[in-house]
Design a protein around this ligand. Structure first.
Ligand SMILES: [Zn+2]
Length: 214
């Protein structure tokens, strides 16, 4: 999960109709979020939904607020539901910096930890843990497939990094940079792989800034 940069102009259908998921809203969010679910960072082609950051159920008055709308995949939306209203808002927070996101390959687990001791950050880490590791650490079939996919992408990235470390040519450096483009998946995990390695951080720190603001 990383910071999202959203267009400032409010889509017309939000002010002119009673709907929150007009074509213009969908189009704008797909563009702003580079077709990725803001929670799991998988690229979505057709399986996307317009999500209320603060749920419709508990915050009906915010249903049509542009600030409250984000693009999410069906998998994440179903699991977030109205149970996680108080997670960080990725449009105003450098999420990747404030929540560590790591894969433990031996234990086949994703590890999330809030560096900032605010409830919203704790809740976000809890939700991410739920998405990647299942309920109480037990994954159902869909959740296992979801995790296996994340593992395969991170494994591939790790191989590209290892190639670069063994043979640091310009060509191999570019291959790493390509994997860090903003439209690529799982950047939150990739961020911490780079951050955790002094040498890699020195070379690629400019490639892991994305939407970040200070
Ligand atoms: Zn998702």
């Amino acid at each position: 999960m990383i910071r999202i940069s959203k267009s400032q102009i409010v889509p017309e259908s939000l002010t002119e109709t009673q709907t929150y998921d007009g074509e213009d809203v969908q189009e704008r969010l797909l563009h702003d979020q580079h077709r990725k679910c803001y929670l799991c960072e998988r690229t979505r082609t057709t399986d996307f939904e317009i999500e209320h950051h603060k749920s419709k159920k508990n915050f009906p008055e915010s249903q049509q607020d542009w600030e409250n709308l984000l693009l999410v995949c069906g998998y994440c939306n179903k699991r977030k539901a109205s149970l996680f209203d108080n997670i960080v808002n990725p449009t105003v927070c450098n999420v990747e910096e404030e929540i560590t996101q790591r894969i433990d390959f031996n234990r086949k687990m994703a590890l999330f930890s809030a560096i900032v001791t605010e409830e919203s950050h704790q809740k976000t880490a809890e939700l991410l843990n739920r998405l990647f590791n299942g309920k109480k650490g037990l994954r159902k079939i869909k959740e296992e497939l979801f995790f296996e996919y994340a593992l395969s992408v991170i494994n591939r990235f790790q191989k590209i990094l290892n190639n670069y470390l063994m043979n640091p040519t310009t060509d191999n450096e570019q291959k790493v940079k390509d994997e860090l483009q903003i439209d690529k998946e799982f950047l939150g995990f990739k961020y911490w792989i780079i951050r955790d390695n002094k040498f890699l951080y020195q070379i690629f720190h400019k490639d892991i800034i994305w939407n970040k603001q200070h």
